[in-house]
Write a protein that binds this ligand. Structure first.
Ligand code: AMP
Ligand code: MG
Length: 330
């Protein structure tokens, strides 16, 4: 079976094509075009325009790389939730049109869960605690009783959003996380910042204001601030992840989301796991950031479990949470 996955929750328009045979999954193509800026942040309407512009070329390229024809596709999956309404609509429209004209079944998937399912598939991590860290989302998740339960999460902005907003002040453009990582490597001087863990939850808004104020005062170098913000927010994430491990008795941690590309975060999670006899898993970068392959992977699991969506009901759900999805495929 060949499944097409369409990703359009935010900055990335991506198409993934997977082929499954006798319980083996092969990723045939994973093509994406990411909206980036030189200086400013992302404006939803502009990102939607970007997706409209690139969707056909991304699709054609994915067919070429996968060496298949349109008619070979058996199922179409698209990111239905959560995300920016402006951009989700582009992917949903693309998916509905395709499903209607080619008479193919349609599946709507939750983007956060797709990050986790592709991680489980590629790393073979068994029943992990998942630290999902992206631009808009920051959650510590574990599977329990037919739901992906959220053990801890951000109370305000996502950790990636915190890094991106600070990067914008530094004039680094979007996405800022990778640029902050490079600047942080040039320093080892820790400047004390607020450390905000509340129970199992984290909050980044106050830390962002604090580093913005510190930078604007001119008294601190950007390298030292980048180093310090990474050390602080990653320590907070490691702390709540460790607590989730302790609470559930699970012994694996799976990283997911774009911020998980950060080598310092990977290292800190690795050290914590080693110290408590657990194991950490991390798929390669192209599957950590938003991508179409993950939508195809979850689409296939959901299709097999009978979750086909009628075209008339294929409306976007920008606010659907990870723990609201009934998981009938595990
Ligand atoms: P996603 O929405 O999952 O594609 O993740 C995008 C987010 O990941 C953005 O906030 C990026 O700034 C962030 N990101 C990507 N690479 C890195 C990195 N190396 N270090 C920190 N954040 C990163
Ligand atoms: Mg994401």
């Amino acid at each position: 079976m060949i499944v097409l996955g369409i990703e359009s929750t935010a900055h990335t328009f991506g198409i993934g094509i997977i082929k499954t045979e006798a319980n083996k999954t092969k990723i045939l193509a994973n093509v994406k075009d990411i909206y980036t800026t030189q200086k400013e942040g992302i404006i939803p309407a502009k990102v939607a325009d970007h997706h409209v512009e690139v969707c056909d070329s991304v699709f054609q390229k994915s067919l070429e790389i996968a060496k298949i024809k349109k008619k070979d596709i058996d199922v179409i999956a698209f990111s239905q939730s959560p995300g920016l309404g402006h951009t989700l609509r582009i992917g949903a429209m693309f998916a509905r049109t395709f499903a209607a004209t080619l008479h193919k079944p349609l599946v709507g998937v939750n983007h956060c869960i797709a990050h986790l399912e592709i991680g489980r598939l590629l790393t073979k991590a068994k029943d992990p605690i998942m630290l999902y860290v992206s631009g808009a989302n920051t959650q510590v998740i574990a599977y329990e009783a037919e739901k992906y339960r959220i053990f801890g999460e951000t109370l305000d902005i996502g950790v990636g959003n915190c890094l991106d907003t600070f990067a914008r002040l530094l004039g680094l453009g979007f996405p800022g996380g990778p640029k902050i990582e490079q600047l942080a490597k040039k320093s080892s001087k820790y400047i004390a910042l607020p450390y905000v863990v509340k129970g199992m939850d984290v909050s980044f808004g106050g830390i962002l204001t604090n580093i913005q104020t510190k930078f604007s005062s001119g008294e601190f170098s950007k390298e030292d601030l980048c180093y310090s913000v990474q050390e602080t927010v990653f320590s907070m994430l490691v702390e709540v992840t460790e607590r989730a491990l302790a609470h559930t008795g699970k012994t694996k941690v799976l990283l997911a989301g774009g911020v998980a590309c950060n080598k310092r975060l990977q290292q800190m999670v690795g050290v914590m796991c080693k110290e408590r006899g657990a194991t950490s898993y991390c798929p390669e970068n192209q599957y950590l950031v938003d991508n179409g392959a993950m939508i195809a992977v979850l689409g296939k699991l959901m299709y097999d479990a009978g979750n086909e969506l009628q075209i008339e009901k294929a409306i976007i759900e920008p606010y659907l949470r990870t723990d609201e999805v009934f998981v009938n495929w595990r």
